[in-house]
Write a protein that binds this ligand. Structure first.
Ligand code: ZN
Length: 146
């Protein structure tokens, strides 16, 4: 989340690249009332720049919980661990979807699920309703990697 100016062209380009899909929770743009936002993966506070390599499309929930954070404490190891980076990492490596739940597979996945509250009750309920009408997830997931 940031106040940095992101041009309309850059916003369009980031949204297109993401397939109108929240790059963290896989919510589809337009399926919730709130407009999606452009996330600085590495916040400006931590030296991140406003370039497409550091931007991600995010729903309002993910972006609000992420704020300017770039890491959190892994609940299993107590180690400070970086959040999942949608530009350099593959979603399916760090998470899998179990119906309405986003299950973390790695330390980065765990801190991201925790900090962004990906399985918060209201979000899970919303996801359930969207699954029923075929609107979740916003893209086809690749088979799990082992
Ligand atoms: Zn999201």
């Amino acid at each position: 989340m940031s106040d940095a100016y992101v041009s309309a062209e850059m916003r369009r380009s980031v949204a297109l690249r993401a397939g109108a899909c929240c790059e963290y929770c896989l919510l589809k743009m337009g399926t919730i009332a709130f407009p999606f936002q452009i996330d600085h993966i590495i916040s400006e506070k931590h030296g991140g720049v406003t370039s497409e390599e550091n931007l991600a499309l995010s729903c309002i929930y993910c972006n609000a919980y992420k704020g300017s954070d770039i890491a959190s404490e892994d609940p299993f190891t107590d180690k400070i661990t970086r959040l999942y980076n949608p530009r350099t990492q593959v979603w399916e490596t760090h998470f899998r979807r179990d119906h309405v739940t986003i299950v973390p597979l790695t330390p980065e996945g765990r801190v991201t699920v925790k900090l962004l509250r990906l399985n918060e009750e209201r979000r899970v309920l919303e996801r359930e309703a969207l699954i029923e009408i075929g609107e979740y997830p916003c893209r086809v997931l690749q088979p799990e990697r082992t």
